[in-house]
Design a protein around this ligand. Structure first.
Ligand code: ATP
Length: 214
């Protein structure tokens, strides 16, 4: 089956445990909302393979739950953009593709995205020479153009003003549709969730709290 499916997928942080049964069809998305500390980032980290989980995780028809993080077909944008500081923006963008060699078509898509998101003149700079909003748009481009079936975005528009936020949101929506990627989005803004996803929920609703033995 295409898309992404979590079956009895459980994540543990000390005394807290969340258990999820979710399905996200290809080209569709869900938004994780809710207060600080409710478990939004923990779910993304477990799906990406950075923290342990139990249960099954199917992505594009394959159960990847036993795979290490680097093998999972997931493209993840953290709140910190994690660029290599000693490399130019262009080289950082190339690193998103297999063997760091995008095809001519893939690189054309990168350049076109850079034009649309108004960062095309920045490709020869180093990340430290960019504003927070410029870094965020370039990180979005790197994340969305990696040809992975599942995209995880953690507050991807937080450094953008309203006009750029709207432009970036529309671009993300078009990319997901064109590449039939599933999305899990963390956001505090209802309008972003409505624009990009079909379902919204809080991890709080999936929480089982254990009492420490006394
Ligand atoms: N590395 C860690 N070790 C132990 N507990 C952690 C760790 N990281 C987070 N937690 C705890 O797990 C719970 C969920 O945290 P998580 O970061 O997933 O929440 P969040 O909803 O993403 O919060 P925020 O909106 O503030 O980023 C919190 O109680 C937090 O204190």
């Amino acid at each position: 089956m295409s898309g992404c499916q979590l079956k009895q997928f459980s994540v543990q942080r000390e005394t807290q445990r969340w258990c999820y049964d979710l399905q996200i069809p290809a080209g569709q998305g869900i938004a994780l909302m809710g207060p600080s500390g409710c478990g939004k980032s923990s779910l993304l980290e477990a799906i990406a393979g950075f923290i342990p989980h139990q249960g099954a995780l199917w992505i594009a028809g394959v159960d990847v739950s036993q795979q290490p993080a680097q093998k999972r077909p997931v493209s993840y944008l953290f709140q910190q953009q994690n660029f290599f500081e000693h490399l130019t923006v262009a080289t950082n963008l190339r690193l998103g593709f297999a063997q760091s060699h995008p095809t001519a078509e893939q690189w054309q898509a990168v350049l076109s995205a850079c034009e649309q998101l108004e960062v095309a003149t920045l490709l020869d700079r180093r990340p430290a020479e960019l504003s927070g909003g410029q870094q965020q748009r370039l990180a979005l481009i790197r994340t969305l153009l990696r040809p992975q079936p599942l995209v995880l975005l953690d507050e991807p528009f937080s450094a953008l003003d309203d006009q750029l936020r709207d432009t970036a949101c529309q671009w993300v929506k078009a990319q997901l549709k064109r590449q039939q990627q599933s999305l899990i989005l963390i956001t505090h803004r209802a309008e972003e969730a409505e624009q990009l996803t079909q379902h919204r929920f809080s991890p709080k609703d999936f929480l089982h709290t254990h009492k420490n033995p006394s």
